[in-house]
Ligand binder design. Structure first.
Ligand code: TRP
Length: 336
């Protein structure tokens, strides 16, 4: 079914309730590739344990992330949806690629620096080598294109460097992947509603700063109403107007309208009207996602059948790359 198609791979960590930043910057765009590419969308539970997790929460969120993929329009018959730890080749290639990744390169990763600052009592080796495992995820499937949010660009660059380094030593082994950063808000991030100079983060302690994909309609509208803006009154993008600029960006993502169109639409209107419009538009867009999610999450047996089917399909393809890699680096392959 998937022969000759180019490959798309992306992953989402089951480590928190996803935000509209995750939705607009990544997941919403995933289904656009389903027809033209063979798409692998992975729930990366092995990445999640680089930060300490409560086991029951991790398990629940793994189901939830898979359900959310499907609720966001990814058809399991058209995409390979699977859980990372169900395909041992990820950890296996991850180890091998650790040996082709430099200490200095890993030390420069901003996500490592941020996460070690936040988890000062648990700066474990996995947190440090995280990008090599991510490279393994991508390279295992001979991926051409990786849709990710801007914050993952640096990890994509190191994955490309690792692939090129390995290919340079052993000859063509891996396809060198390209990032696909969706043009949401002109490539900018979705910012916090409370502190619009900071990225909207799913782990923010201030719930009002974050709009989650699964928030109720009322919650979404309330959060937008409370969004921090400036003391001016015009609906315009610009410096000193980070709050309004962010809201314009979000509104633009949901409606497809340009900044100019939005500024014209709200010319002469006040912040209150605008915030309500953004809230309602966002809530309307997410209602069907939440309803589908609620239906799916009640059906664990179905979700597990998707996991089984996904893991088998992923393994089939990963196996080929692993066998090539083992041969190239000098491991003995036993005939079974
Ligand atoms: N690091 C990504 C994030 O935190 C998740 C991820 C892991 C990923 N492996 C991947 C994304 C492979 C794209 C491709 O968002």
């Amino acid at each position: 079914m998937f022969n000759d198609k180019k490959v798309v791979f992306s992953g989402v960590q089951p480590s928190g309730n996803l935000t509209i930043g995750n939705y607009l910057g990544a997941i919403r765009n995933f289904s656009a590739f389903s027809e033209e590419y063979h798409c692998y969308y992975c729930v990366v539970d092995e990445h999640a344990i680089t930060v300490r997790q409560v086991p029951a929460d991790l398990r629940r969120r793994t189901y939830e992330t898979l359900a959310l993929y499907i609720a966001c329009g990814l058809d399991p018959e058209k995409n390979t949806l699977f859980v990372q730890s169900h395909v041992p080749a990820h950890a296996e290639l991850g180890w091998i690629l650790d040996c082709y990744t430099m200490f200095g390169e890993l030390s420069r990763m901003t996500q490592f620096k941020d996460k070690s600052a936040k988890n000062a009592d648990n700066i474990n080796a996995g947190l440090f080598t995280y990008p090599a495992l991510m490279a393994a995820d991508i390279l295992l499937y001979q991926t051409e294109l990786v849709p990710v949010g801007v914050d993952q660009k640096q990890h994509l660059e190191i994955a490309r460097d690792i692939a090129e380094r390995f290919n340079g030593i052993y000859g063509e082994t891996f396809v060198v992947p390209e990032p696909y950063i969706p043009p949401t808000t002109g490539g900018a991030k979705i910012m916090s509603l409370a502190e619009p100079t900071k990225k909207m983060s799913k782990s923010d302690e201030n719930e009002n700063a974050v709009v989650r994909i699964l928030d109720s309609r009322d919650t979404i509208i309330r959060k937008f109403k409370r969004a921090v803006t400036d003391s001016g009154s015009e609906i315009r993008c610009g410096e000193g107007k980070e709050g309004i600029t962010n809201l314009i960006g979000i509104y633009s993502c949901f409606t497809g309208k340009t900044t100019e169109e939005i500024e014209r639409e709200f010319d002469g209107k006040g912040y209150g009207d605008f915030k309500l419009a953004v809230g309602e538009t966002c809530a309307d867009a997410l209602t069907p996602v939440r309803e589908e999610f609620d239906r799916l999450i009640a059906d664990k047996a179905y979700l597990e059948s998707v996991m089984v089917q996904g893991a088998e399909a992923a393994y089939k393809s990963a196996r080929k790359t692993m066998s090539k890699v083992r041969r190239k680096i000098g491991f003995i392959e036993l005939k079974k």
